[in-house]
Design a protein around this ligand. Structure first.
Ligand SMILES: [Mg+2]
Length: 94
C-alpha cells in the first residue's frame, strides 16, 4: 500500500471514539509508547510473535493516528508530503 492507499484504508475501517479530541490524544499516547519502545531498545523488524511492544508496532500506531487526523481534517497526506518536500528542497538546498 502507498500513502494514499493507507489513508483511504484508515478512513474506511476506523471508528472515531471522540470527535473532539480522540485521534489527537491517541496520537500523543502512541508517541509515548514509541518513546518507551525506543528506550527499551525494541529495534529491528519484528515477526508477528515479537511485534507487541516493538518500535515497529509503535511507529505503525503513530502513522495510523496521523492518517486518521489527516482524514478528520480533510488533508491529503501524500499531496501534503510532496508539497513539504518541495519546501524542504528549497530550504535545505537539496
Ligand atoms: Mg501502541
Amino acid at each position: 500500500m502507498n500513502l494514499n492507499d493507507l489513508q483511504q484504508h484508515v478512513g474506511a475501517v476506523d471508528t472515531l471514539p471522540d470527535p473532539q479530541s480522540g485521534y489527537f490524544l491517541k496520537l500523543i499516547e502512541e508517541v509515548g509508547e514509541l518513546a518507551e519502545a525506543i528506550r527499551q531498545g525494541q529495534a529491528g523488524q519484528p515477526t508477528l510473535e515479537t511485534l507487541k511492544g516493538s518500535i515497529a508496532e509503535e511507529l505503525v500506531d503513530v502513522l495510523y493516528y496521523t492518517l486518521a487526523l489527516a482524514n478528520q481534517h480533510g488533508v491529503d497526506l501524500q499531496q501534503s508530503f510532496d508539497l513539504k518536500e518541495q519546501l524542504n528542497r528549497i530550504k535545505y538546498q537539496r
